[in-house]
Design a protein around this ligand. Sequence first.
Ligand code: NAD
Length: 495
Amino acid sequence: MISQNAIETLRKTEIGAQGLFIDGVQVEATGGASLPVTSPIDGRPFASIADGNAADIDRAVKSARKAFVKGSWSRAAPAFRKKVLTKFAELVEKHADELAVLGVRDNGTEIGMAYKAEPLSAAGTIRYYAEAIDKVYGEIAPTAENVLGLIHKEPLGVVGVIVPWNFPLMIGAWKIAPALAAGNCVVVKPPEIASLTLLRLAELASEAGLPAGVLNVVTGLGAVTGEALGLHMDVDAIAFTGSGPVGRRLLDYSARSNLKRVFLELGGKSPNIVFADAPDLKQAAVVSANGIFRNSGQVCVAGSRLLVQASVYDRFMDELLSATTRLRVGDPLDLASDVGAVSSAEQLDKNLGFVAKAAEEGARLVTGGERILTETGGSYMAPTIFENVTQDMQLAREEVFGPVLGVMRFETEEEAVRLANSTVYGLASAVWTANLSTAHRMVRAINAGVVHVNTYGGADITVPLGGVKQSGFGRDKSLHALEKYLELKTAWIAL
Ligand code: NAD
């Protein structure tokens, strides 16, 4: 783990003006424009990024296509790609302190979480796909004797990667690593408010020996660069994590351009269901508080709808309140902070809008509901709990993506399932019960990509992540993610 001393040194590092990363080098944006990078820790600008445009996306796609056609990556032996990606993973680990602090200055995630979830997790993901790629075989079809049917697995070509600001390195690696391992060339469009770590990642990839053009990063506004990537006629696939409205746009861009594949990991309104027979109510309360409030609730799988069985409701709410008020919100670069800053002043305003609406619609505020630590100039929000939330309220239906929890009570298992599934989303969920049969019935009954049992939020690279319904389609992580970046080709050979 990083030390406070190392953090204090790194927090003062000058970052300066960042260019785009195209064809293996940093270059200026075509228009020469830049965007300021403001830290949510204190509200002050501390760097700038290039404000890319459609011409820059075109440059990056051309560089990626050129590299793909040349074949020094796409047609290289998987063992070669494994070697370079393994070195890449090592470099990310070696620079973990630097990457973690840089990322926290950019998006405000508490360092204790960011350190593991960002550089260390990204390094682990890159290593996982590096190790996997020389174990992927083609197939021989069970045909008649006078033919040979071969099924080849080939890279798609140029893959566009668009990611959100909450965990840009971790989520970026979930897409970049399998895409590269499979032999594709990649153009990344980082989130405009947290681009710095992905730019650094591309430099480290180059240092590890990734050929020029194989991994490009174009910063800039989503509505400009993201749209240009989505509409580009020479991009074969887009792997996206972000909000539903932008996901819809990407499907539309694909329809209006070259029918590129689009993989969507979208938002959630995940139910966290506590039955009266939960093995340890206190523990369930502590984990549930962490499951919604860490990283200021800016976690796609956050358990933002808490359903508690009526017979233990009061006891559980006491435990939850005490776990919540114990969380220390503060400077995300202080190792003692449990919760850091909200990613931007705009996101904080949006969160406060949800609070106002919940109160107006009749939910009862239990704790929080306000901006705190205003004297820092940063964007901090108190962990917020509303109870008496009903299904028709905005707080029960829409994703806040902030530290705001809505609580409902239920009587029966049937009612819990009905409430849990009364949402357009289906990303994550949890069930707390000591009864094995209840647990298995709930796993089957809940419409979500993941159901946690007697925990919230645990996972690793070996298991897939993704949603059903309007939480998207396509899975990140695990060997299944490789399939998204590989095309099947049939060879039918008369013998
Ligand atoms: P967002 O949709 O606003 O932005 C995501 C990315 O899309 C950014 O890089 C942005 O620049 C880009 N973008 C914006 N407009 C675009 C356009 N018109 N065309 C193309 N690209 C465009 O989302 P956000 O606010 O950055 O992130 C929060 C959302 O991400 C939440 O809904 C959250 O649930 C979701 N999320 C999902 C997962 C998951 O794995 N399912 C993980 C993390 C976050």
